[in-house]
Design a binder for this molecule. Structure first.
Ligand SMILES: NC(=O)c1ccc[n+]([C@@H]2O[C@H](COP(=O)([O-])OP(=O)(O)OC[C@H]3O[C@@H](n4cnc5c(N)ncnc54)[C@H](OP(=O)(O)O)[C@@H]3O)[C@@H](O)[C@H]2O)c1
Length: 337
């Protein structure tokens, strides 16, 4: 079978397509024929060596894959050949609160990643795909989907009538828009592109602001909320946006700290204190969150928004597309035929 490998950190340009022996499942494991993979900013950071969490080389890239179970090892009970599945981001976080052991290992940061024709996975690290989704759509769920669900629905869940600020039109934010709307929230979105703002509005954003042409977008968001501020910010920007997110926040509001797209830096505690802000770091989420999200996706017939699907041989071009920031929603790779 064919799989991508990275022998050294540098970037996706260092990816190599290699031929490996077909893997076989051991006890409690299944063999999955991967049909589609979705790309995340995190996968880029892993390959560039800037991830900030442990990685091992040679690296099997990508956390997010979906496919079909084609063989089951001894003792497997949860899945059987023919089942359509996706892997969780963290193989060991099944349910409950986050803990050091739950997030110690993640797919796509070491020996097991999804950018391969076949992958052996522990059955406990799998969830069933919603029946109405294609493999490409299913592959969008493990990182961006679960992170957005965790941020909006699993911890201090959004209540109907609340207001939610999302940042940009990438994988996490477009999912967060869908989930916040599902909860009955008013959604305000910022984007650096007017064309993307229009698409966000078509997907249900109640108001949008261009953060490039309106540098003080926090004031614009305050105005859009009658001066009160939003109840929740799904923060993907990091150091370059956090101060304005706090400015746009309601007193007593909350910030789900997800990403660092603009980089890392110092935090001034004063605005946090002044706003009595609740700031909580998000690490993707548990299998239980994934299953709850899938139940909602199935019940409401939701579909992930896919920007573009690349062929298996085009992995480097797919990552270059993600890195360009021109995408809207998710970027995928189709694996196999
Ligand atoms: N903590 C976790 O568990 C977790 C999980 C998933 C992702 N993440 C992190 O979350 C971040 C987003 O991930 P993703 O996969 O959704 O990324 P993505 O698909 O690459 O989305 C990037 C988008 O963010 C927007 N953006 C960039 N700079 C911005 C700024 N200054 N202000 C507002 N929006 C800005 C842009 O949208 P426009 O073009 O519309 O402006 C850009 O297209 C990354 O840092 C990622 O590593 C963390």
């Amino acid at each position: 079978m064919r799989a991508y490998r990275l022998d050294k950190t540098g970037g996706p340009g260092d990816l190599k397509l290699v031929e490996l022996p077909d893997p076989a499942p051991g006890a409690g494991e299944v063999l999955v024929r991967i049909a589609a993979v979705s790309l995340n900013s995190r996968d880029l950071a892993v390959m560039r060596g800037t991830y900030g969490f442990g990685i091992t080389l040679p690296l099997a890239p990508c956390s997010d894959g979906a496919g079909e179970v084609i063989a089951a090892g001894p003792g497997v009970r949860r899945f059987a050949p023919g089942d359509r599945v996706a892997a969780t981001f963290f193989p060991d976080w099944r349910d409950g609160e986050v803990s050091a052991s739950a997030v110690a290992a993640s797919f796509g940061a070491g020996a097991t990643g999804m950018l391969a024709e076949q992958v052996v996975l522990p059955e406990e690290a799998l969830v069933a795909l919603p029946a109405h989704l294609s493999f490409e759509e299913g592959a969008c769920l493990p990182c961006a989907g679960v992170t957005a669900w965790h941020s909006t629905m699993a911890w201090h869940a959004v209540r109907a009538g609340e207001s939610v600020l999302i940042q940009g039109s990438g994988g996490v934010s477009v999912f967060a828009l869908a989930f916040a709307r599902l909860a009955g929230a008013r959604v305000i979105a910022i984007s650096g592109s007017d064309a993307k703002r229009r698409r966000l509005e078509e997907l249900g954003a109640d108001a949008t602001v261009n953060y490039r042409t309106t540098a003080d977008w926090d004031r614009a968001v305050l105005e859009l909320t009658g001066g009160a501020g939003v109840d929740l910010v799904v923060e993907v920007g990091g150091a370059g946006t956090l101060a304005r997110s706090l400015g746009a926040l309601k007193v007593g509001g909350r910030i789900a700290l997800v990403g660092v797209l603009t980089g890392r830096g110092e935090i001034n505690p004063m605005p946090m204190l002044r706003k009595s802000a609740h700031l909580y770091g998000i690490r993707v989420g548990s299998r239980e969150m994934f299953e709850q999200m899938n139940a909602a996706i199935s019940r409401h017939g939701l579909r992930p928004v896919i920007d573009r699907v690349f062929a298996f041989g085009e992995a480097v071009a797919a990552f270059a597309h993600l890195a360009s920031g021109s995408h809207f929603g998710k970027v995928c790779i189709r694996v196999g035929e």
